[in-house]
Design a protein around this ligand. Sequence first.
Ligand SMILES: Nc1ncnc2c1ncn2[C@@H]1O[C@H](COP(=O)(O)OP(=O)(O)OP(=O)(O)O)[C@@H](O)[C@H]1O
Length: 284
Amino acid sequence: MSTEISGIGGGRQRDGAIEVKDLNVQYRSNGGLIKAVDAFSLDVAPGEFVCLLGPSGCGKSTILNVMAGFIPASSGSVRLDGELVTEAGQDRGVVFQRYVLFPWLNVLQNVEYGLKVRGVDKALRQQKAREYLHLVGLAGFEQKYPKELSGGMQQRVGIARVLVNGPKVMLMDEPFGALDSQTRYMMQELTLKVSQKDGTTIIFVTHDLDEALLLGDRICVITASPGRVKEVITNPIPGPRSTEIASLPEYVETRRRIYEMLRDEIQRSFAQEAEKLGVSKVGA
Ligand SMILES: Nc1ncnc2c1ncn2[C@@H]1O[C@H](COP(=O)(O)OP(=O)(O)OP(=O)(O)O)[C@@H](O)[C@H]1O
C-alpha cells in the first residue's frame, strides 16, 4: 500500500500552472489610491522557475501576495490550474524573507505542524517531516528549538515546513535577503534542488540580478511603480545551473541586457521618489 497522500510533499499531482491576466492592484492610503500594479500579465508553466526582478517599490511583493491569495486584485485575475485565486490555499506555499517559526515547538514539530492540522497520521507526518529536514540539510536537528538555530537554519526549517505540505507552487519573497552570502548561496542551491525534486512551480522575488540568472528559467523584469512587465527573458543557460555559469559569454551578455533594463527602471523609481519628496532633481 502506498503511504503517499495527495497534498503531502512528493505525493501531489504534478501541475501548478499560473495565469496572471491584466492584474491591477490599488491600495488605499491617506484617503487616496496608490496604483501598485498595472495591467500585469504572466503565464507560468507547471514546474517552471520564474524570477520577478525590479526596483524597490515596483510591486513585486504585491503581485506575489495576490498569487498567494493574501490580497485581492483590484481588477484582472490570477488563476492556478484554471481556478481563480481568491484566498490562500494549501496548493501554494509562501516563504518570506524572515520565516516566523513557532518558538514553543521544536524543529520536527514545526515542520509537521501543517500535516497535523490536516489530520495526517503521526507516523506518516513525522516520516515526511524528517524527509524534508534531510533535504534542507537539517537531519539531526529535529529536537532543537528555533532560538537554538542560526537565521539560515531557521529559514531552512521554514522552507521544509512549506515543502512538506506538497504545494503545487512556492511563492518566495526575497527569501534569502537577510542571509550572509555563503548561506545565501547554499540556500540558492537548495532551492534549485527542491524545484527539480518535486517539479514545484516557483515564483521567486529578488532584487539581485545574479540570483535571478542562477535560479530563473525565465526572468520577468518589472517596471518602476506601478509594476508592469517590462520584458520576460528566457535564461539562455538551461538548468541545472550553478554559480559557474557566471563566466559563460551568454550569461555575461544576458546579465548586461537585464542590467541596462533594470538601471533605467531604478532611475525612474529614484525620480518618482524625488518627486514625492518635492526634490526637483535627484541628488539636488
Ligand atoms: N499595504 C499597503 N498600503 C499602501 N501602499 C502599499 C501597501 N503595500 C505596498 N504599498 C505600495 O505599493 C507599491 C508596491 O509595493 P511592493 O511592496 O509590492 O513593492 P516591491 O517591489 O515588493 O518593493 P520592495 O522591493 O522594496 O520590497 C509601493 O509604492 C508601496 O509603497
